[in-house]
Design a protein around this ligand. Structure first.
Ligand code: HEC
Ligand code: HEC
Ligand code: HEC
Ligand code: HEC
Length: 167
């Protein structure tokens, strides 16, 4: 009997945690801004980085050229380009207000933040709620040669360019 009860309890726990994870939505960098301006300067580093402008770049001359080589006429509306150049394009049903204008946002690397952003005073809880500290594996989902044939990527070198560690 006890065994059965604890089995039910475990099942309930799993169910609840799954529901919590399913609620994670992409809310956009503006939802992180208020708390991440000073220490580590995560927001200012991101907003002046190429990631923040990755959607804008799809509207330029260079993008038209890349598009041509890949059978794409309007890169800024084509899923073939948007999938790596914006976070919003892959959000799907988990879109909690993020738009393409955010480019490659915090949540492409740290996971959708609607739940963990309210748990930041306890980082253990925040991580349980989906906060990710990304490694190379996350970067190479986009930094690969699928479209850009001559692209190379070295995690340590590239991370130096966008580093936003707490001093
Ligand atoms: C209410 C304020 C607040 C909001 C909103 C917030 N954070 Fe945080 N965040 C913090 C605090 C406080 C810490 C603790 C670490 C520190 O001192 O910087 C933290 C830590 C982190 C860490 C480091 C975790 C670690 O293990 O060191 C990451 C990554 C992070 N936040 C990402 C985000 C992202 C992405 C968003 C937006 C979706 C966000 N935060 C929104 C306050 C906030
Ligand atoms: C698999 C992911 C991926 C796809 C798909 C993708 N890109 Fe990119 N794109 C990248 C990455 C990563 C970079 C940055 C490369 C670097 O600087 O090391 C980049 C860079 C660029 C640049 C250079 C921007 C600059 O700062 O000069 C242009 C232009 C561009 N992409 C256009 C496109 C177009 C147009 C498409 C669709 C036909 C596309 N990309 C599809 C990942 C992708
Ligand atoms: C391109 C991926 C990427 C983006 C975009 C990104 N981060 Fe990070 N972030 C990382 C990585 C990787 C780390 C691990 C620490 C390091 O090496 O800098 C990190 C670390 C952090 C930390 C912890 C710093 C510490 O001292 O350990 C915070 C806080 C953080 N990010 C917040 C943000 C916020 C807020 C945004 C958006 C405004 C953001 N990040 C955008 C990849 C990213
Ligand atoms: C969702 C796709 C995506 C992910 C994930 C991603 N990037 Fe990017 N990254 C891009 C795109 C697209 C560009 C080009 C933007 C532009 O040129 O406007 C870029 C540009 C950059 C640049 C600027 C190019 C340069 O060499 O100066 C750096 C640095 C960079 N990424 C580092 C990283 C690192 C490190 C990670 C993992 C922690 C990462 N990126 C994860 C899509 C991504």
């Amino acid at each position: 009997m006890m065994k059965k009860m604890s089995l039910i309890a475990v099942c309930m726990l799993l169910l609840v945690s799954n529901v919590l994870l399913a609620q994670n939505k992409y809310v956009g960098a503006s939802a992180c801004k208020m708390c991440h301006m000073t220490k580590g300067k995560a927001y200012p580093v991101w907003s002046t980085s190429k990631h923040a402008k990755a959607f804008e770049v799809l509207k330029g001359e260079a993008a038209i050229k890349v598009g041509k080589d890949n059978g794409v006429t309007t890169p800024s509306t084509d899923a073939k380009c948007l999938k790596c150049h914006t976070t919003a394009s892959s959000a799907g049903a988990a879109n909690g207000g993020i738009t393409n204008a955010d480019g490659v946002s915090c949540e492409s690397c740290h996971g959708p933040g609607s739940v963990y952003k309210t748990k930041m005073t306890n980082l253990v809880e925040a991580k349980k709620a989906g906060l990710i500290i990304p490694t190379n594996a996350v970067c190479i989902k986009c930094h690969n040669t699928e479209i850009h044939k001559s692209l190379t990527f070295d995690f340590a070198t590239k991370m130096k360019i966008i580093s936003h560690k707490n001093p």
